[in-house]
Design a protein around this ligand. Structure first.
Ligand SMILES: [Zn+2]
Length: 253
């Protein structure tokens, strides 16, 4: 069995002290395919090195919607374009809209989101989408700028998930499914097509345990929860998610 973590920040400063140990722990558990999200130079440099070492590690880079407060100049988009030319990432992301944490930069967020979707199309890359309290605008923009990719850390309705799927997106679920009160994601997980489902930690963020740094190896627990919700074996789930990951990156056998 091979496990996938479809969204993590392995290049994060939080792993600077023990990144090799973190990777060895995940490889021990057969978490072999990951998407490393890089929204800073630091994370990008650390992750680019890892991609050279591990064949299942994919590189994604972007300007995060929460990161436009201090600088939302066009120069940032030109810099991202240079990064794409230099590093040849496998994906653009995470990009999108966060009206929950940054309602005051909505307009800049929409501009940067659209620009990054256009960039993804120009380079024929999939996108990793962050959307919080912004599903109507996110969907409208994705419809206007067709791409393919992943809706990360999904917590919306089944109806909205179906609309994203119709636009060609995979729906990725994180540790929120581990919380007993998480009725909505459970219903979505139970009902969406298995060939559109992905699983992620968003580590080191979104830890289900207070005070514990989240790691990619923790994705196994999310697999366990989802296999129970879907009423399938871990093997069946792992195979489906692995196929989805490979299909997204055009590596289907
Ligand atoms: Zn993230």
């Amino acid at each position: 069995m091979i496990f996938v973590d479809a969204h993590c920040h392995l290049g994060s400063r939080q792993y600077d002290g023990d990144r090799t140990d973190v990777i060895n722990r995940m490889l021990d558990k057969d978490v072999r395919n990951v998407i490393m999200i890089c929204c800073s130079r630091h994370d990008l440099q650390a992750s680019a090195v890892l991609r050279e070492q591990y064949p299942g590690f994919k590189l994604a880079c972007s300007i995060h919607p929460q990161d436009l407060e201090d600088d939302s100049s066009e120069e940032r988009l030109r810099e991202l374009d240079r990064i794409v030319e230099t590093y040849h990432p496998d994906m653009i992301g995470e990009t999108g809209l966060d009206y929950y944490s940054h309602p005051h930069t909505k307009e800049q967020q929409r501009h940067f989101f659209v620009s990054q979707l256009e960039m993804a199309r120009r380079y024929h890359l999939p996108v990793n989408i962050h959307s919080r309290k912004a599903s109507a605008d996110t969907l409208a923009i994705l419809k206007e700028h067709p791409c393919r990719g992943i809706i990360h850390s999904y917590s919306g309705s089944l109806e909205m998930a179906r609309l994203y799927i119709k636009e060609g997106y995979y729906i990725s679920f994180g540790a929120s499914v581990l919380f007993p009160g998480s009725k909505k994601p459970r219903q979505v997980i139970a009902d969406i097509p298995l060939d559109r489902l992905l699983i992620e930690t968003d580590s080191p963020y979104q830890s289900p345990v207070l005070g514990h740094r989240h790691e990619p190896e923790d994705v196994i627990r999310i697999y366990e929860a989802i296999s129970q919700i879907r009423n399938i074996t871990m093997e069946q789930l792992a195979e489906a998610v692995f196929d989805n990951f490979n299909r997204l990156f055009g590596e289907e056998k």
